[in-house]
Design a protein around this ligand. Structure first.
Ligand code: NAD
Length: 418
């Protein structure tokens, strides 16, 4: 049997499962697990994506102690990696001592790009487009009266001349206020509807019409202060050295920013958001200077306390996408009590900053493995085949021995007669 399976998408779920079983040799228990429904019913999953055979699960933990703009939050985080929830909570607990996080956002403006080829005179094309902005606006806004009613819609257009390996191109940016949506569908629809008119105005040929995930006009900033008397001067100096290291070295900055995205993605996955969109925006924003940089910045204030500040694009939504179809996302948004997409973005940025601070603090202070060890050891025990109480016993023993590895876990399991 090969993977060329015509009309797989039209098969009922049971037949799809049978086909996958025949292909891969899954046993009946494994098929039963795939069929087992969770909060997200298979019937809803089938509306969300194609070729569904089941749903997957992630733990959802609650990060505590977050005080953001003087409001208390319990933050649901969906993630498979140990220590992220604990680290975020710990950083928030320490930040709370100096008033918690302060966060703010710009207007939620996303950018759509229309690529126009074969333009003879770029200056005239630009002038014509900018002169016709009212008609462009009317055309775009006609596509989404719901958005316009809520105060959103096209706000401006910009023209960029791009020199590429296949010749010069005109790229028109349509800047669209998407209010509480992530905005990709809204932006793409508007770009497509405006493109024929842009062709008319420029005499060129509109090719790609698509959102940019470098949402450089939709930014969130968040700041927190960690007190000198809590951290100690030595640790603060260590964190500042770590920041300097990340600024000077993309190898370090990559891992630093991964730690930030641990927090941000976990919030966004719980809230049913497109975390890949935020990831690509974050990493491209980290390169805006031409060199890959850390997304969070550290300095000492006049009292010698550590001030952390994060700034990044935040294309998130509390309407649209999977925010309503996935019941867990609905519940996560209710736990957060968010009233706007901006508020969700601010919370996510604070979680990112908290995780960054906690990870760097741990690496500088005691090494990252120290805090990871408990859950990591349990995970290793399960990989080695431990079940029930043995998972805990085995993990404890490996931690005592300071030897956490699958091979050691297997040896110990044998000794324990498992
Ligand atoms: P959507 O089209 O599902 O919902 C947005 C719509 O909801 C708006 O256009 C508006 O008509 C309506 N709406 C109701 N109340 C609103 C409010 N208060 N504020 C704003 N709009 C309101 O979703 P979307 O946000 O346009 O698109 C998000 C989806 O697009 C995500 O699932 C994402 O994965 C997907 N997507 C992403 C990309 C990308 O990032 N490159 C590309 C294509 C699709």
């Amino acid at each position: 049997m090969n993977s060329a399976i015509p009309r797989f998408y039209e098969m009922p779920l049971d037949r799809r499962l049978k086909t996958v079983q025949e292909f891969s040799g899954l046993d009946d228990n494994e098929i039963a697990l795939l069929k087992q429904e969770c909060a997200l019913d298979n019937s809803i999953a089938e509306i969300m994506i194609e070729n569904v055979i089941g749903t997957t699960h992630l733990p959802v933990g609650i990060a505590t102690y977050f005080l953001i703009n003087d409001k208390d939050y319990l933050i649901p985080m969906a993630i498979e990696e140990p220590s992220v929830v604990a680290a975020a909570s710990h950083a928030a607990k320490l930040a709370r001592l100096s008033g918690g996080f302060k966060a703010k956002s710009t207007t939620p403006v996303m950018t759509g790009q229309v690529q126009i080829k074969n333009v003879h005179d770029f200056d005239i094309a630009e002038e014509t487009i900018l002169k016709s902005i009212d008609s462009i606006k009317a055309l775009a806004n006609k596509q989404d009266s719901t958005l316009v009613k809520r105060g959103g819609g096209l706000v401006s257009a910009e023209c960029r001349k791009l020199e590429t390996e296949r010749g010069d191109m005109l790229v028109v940016h349509l800047n669209i206020d998407v209010r509480d949506a992530m905005g990709a569908n809204a932006v793409n629809t508007m770009c497509e509807s405006v493109a024929p008119y842009l062709e008319e105005l420029t005499g060129g040929i509109a090719s790609m019409k698509i959102i940019s995930n470098l949402a450089a006009q939709r930014l969130v900033t968040a700041e927190a202060v960690w007190k000198k008397n809590e951290l100690g001067e030595e640790l603060i100096e260590g964190i500042l050295d770590a920041y300097a290291f990340a600024k000077a070295d993309p190898y370090r900055a990559a891992t630093n920013n991964k730690g930030i995205m641990n927090g941000i993605d976990a919030v966004l996955i719980a809230a049913g958001n497109d975390f890949r969109a935020v990831e690509s925006g974050a990493h491209s924003y980290a390169c805006m200077s031409g060199r890959y940089q850390p997304l969070a910045h550290y300095r000492k204030n006049e009292n010698g306390d550590l001030v952390g500040r994060i700034e990044l694009p935040m294309a998130v939504g509390i309407v649209g996408g999977a925010t309503k179809t996935n019941p867990i996302a609905r519940i996560a948004l209710k736990i957060l009590g968010v009233r706007s997409a901006n508020e969700l973005g601010e919370i996510s940025a604070c979680a990112g900053l908290a995780n960054n601070f906690a990870a760097v603090r741990a690496i500088v202070k005691e090494g990252i493995q120290h805090g990871h060890m408990k859950l990591h050891a349990k995970n290793i025990a399960i990989i080695a085949g431990a079940q029930g109480d043995k998972v805990h016993q085995l993990a404890e023993r490996m931690i005592r021995e300071k030897m956490v590895s699958v091979s050691r876990a297997e040896e110990l399991l044998k000794e324990m007669g498992h």
